[in-house]
Ligand binder design. Structure first.
Ligand SMILES: Nc1ncnc2c1ncn2[C@@H]1O[C@H](COP(=O)(O)OP(=O)(O)OP(=O)(O)O)[C@@H](O)[C@H]1O
Ligand SMILES: [Mg+2]
Length: 313
């Protein structure tokens, strides 16, 4: 925890805090402040990213773009930063079919009269929170406008049935973090990108990934607790599997979640069971499935020779 807070700069600065006094609102606000995760591993890339995040927040940019492969820990980083600074974390996945009125707010007809409704994101933005907006690379135009308002104008615009839309300013303590996977090179539109100061969250190094898997296993199930040294081979396997993905021989990116699942199965149920969990990574097309499984098995067998014959008869 200490090196992470140090990297953020939290020992020297903290974001301006919301001073609302309504007891009920206060209770909601406090309940969204995450607890530090005792299993969080502040490895090399985490500290580097924390330093970027903290600097942008201190410098008053109010926003940051974080992109990278799935499961590298983008959201875990944001959660930990919110915990250190004791600010609420509001996370939303913008690619899901979202109701903009529910998110932002608007006017609604209720029993014949119009009532103003403040949506969730607006409520948090007004009160100083870390807004984590995920999967922003392919959002619809209305979400693009919302993102632009948040990042470039630091406001939320609530549409109104009658009269002009209402612009609501963000609290100075609100920080907007957006994350995405640059899958097939997809990036947000250039105007947004330049505002965001996008930084890539790299894949953690092998030693750190082993520490993360070890920490997660121990936190989830004491029976699966193992020192990182016992997971080094699994991590090396996944490093090679990611290369196979880069060569377009796999359908799914073998991320840290997959690695954790593999290690847990190996320890709890044995190697063949673990190897079978990797079949899901293979390409699915009729003409390519068998080839993909053979490639998978070749890579797995280079690390675990006993794995031969599990995926390909
Ligand atoms: N440094 C870390 N220490 C402990 N656990 C970690 C760490 N980094 C990531 N994890 C764990 O790995 C998993 C994936 O992390 P997370 O959801 O933050 O990835 P992500 O980059 O946001 O992925 P996606 O791009 O798919 O949204 C989570 O279960 C998270 O708790
Ligand atoms: Mg995420």
């Amino acid at each position: 925890m200490q090196p992470f807070a140090e990297a953020l700069g939290a020992t020297r600065w903290e974001p301006p805090r919301w001073d609302g006094s309504d007891a009920q609102e206060r209770a909601i606000w406090e309940s969204a402040v995450p607890q530090p995760d005792p299993a969080y591993v502040p490895g090399q890339v985490q500290l580097m990213m924390a330093a970027h995040l903290g600097l942008r927040w201190r410098l008053g940019f109010g926003c940051m773009g974080i992109y990278g492969s799935p499961g590298t820990g983008k959201n875990a980083l944001l959660r930990e930063a919110a915990a250190v600074w004791r600010v609420p974390l509001f996370t939303v996945d913008l690619s899901a079919g979202l109701d903009l009125v529910e998110l932002v707010g608007g006017t609604a007809l209720l029993g014949g009269s119009t009532v103003e409704r403040v949506g969730k994101i607006t409520w948090w933005a007004q009160r100083g929170a870390l807004l984590a907006l995920n999967e922003i690379q392919a959002v619809e135009p209305s979400m693009q406008t919302l993102l632009h308002d948040l990042v470039a104008e630091r406001r939320v615009v609530i549409p109104s049935l009658d009269g002009s839309p209402q612009g609501i300013r963000l609290h100075p303590g609100t920080f907007v973090a957006v994350t995405w996977n640059p899958f097939q090179g997809r990036m947000p539109e250039p105007a947004l990108l330049s505002r965001l100061g996008a930084v890539e969250f790299p894949q953690p190094g092998q030693a750190d990934e082993a520490k993360i898997l070890s920490s997660r296993l121990a936190a989830a199930d004491a029976g699966l607790a193992r020192p990182p040294a016992e997971l080094v081979r699994d991590v090396a396997l996944f490093t090679d599997l990611r290369q196979l993905y880069d060569q377009q021989e796999l359908a799914l990116f073998p991320d840290m979640r997959f690695a954790l699942n593999f290690a847990a199965h190996r320890l709890a149920a044995g190697l063949p069971a673990a190897v079978r969990t990797l079949g899901a990574l293979a390409l699915t097309g009729a003409g390519e499935r068998q080839r993909s499984l053979r490639q998978l098995e070749r890579v797995i067998a280079a690390h675990y020779s006993q794995a031969r014959g599990v995926l390909v008869a």
